[in-house]
Unconditional design. Sequence first.
Length: 189
Amino acid sequence: MKYPPLAKDEAEKKILAVLDEMDAKGKTYLSVPASDGRWLRVLTETAGAKHVVEVGTSTGYSGLWFAMALRATGGTLTTFELDPGRAETARGHFRQAGVDSLITVVVGDAHANVRNVKDMVDVVFIDADKEGYVDYLQQLLPRVRPGGLMLAHNIGMSAQYVQAVASNQQLETVFYMEGGELGVSLKKR
């Protein structure tokens, strides 16, 4: 990145150090690029998010970007990961960054497990099985508060999702096609 993020305080410096280490040592797997991670942080903090749901934890890279925002908003992240090994790796990164108390990792099939989300959600981020995006949208959109955000990564790989959000009258959607292609949908008030 030409202009890397600057740490506001020591806690943020610690999170950024873990992100840098993950990048430098190849400790990411199917992760968002750093530029998209920065968008996740900005959107989450701007929304004043108290509860973020992520589908597709992987090794925790995007979760760390959410954690930077959630430290400021006093919020938490619930993140779903199918693979137990990746989930454990993510937990290690969260501990290393000092944000594990903000994050709950749920291991198993997210299609079944997201049904257990009962509280209202401020931001949802979908970055998992592309053929499952519409199912995640249908299950989680009712849990998103008016004024909340539905975010989806790699939207070019899920034409059905793009069609679903673009044709939904409850949503105002923009597609950011730089980085890893991010769909940003506002649930209208």
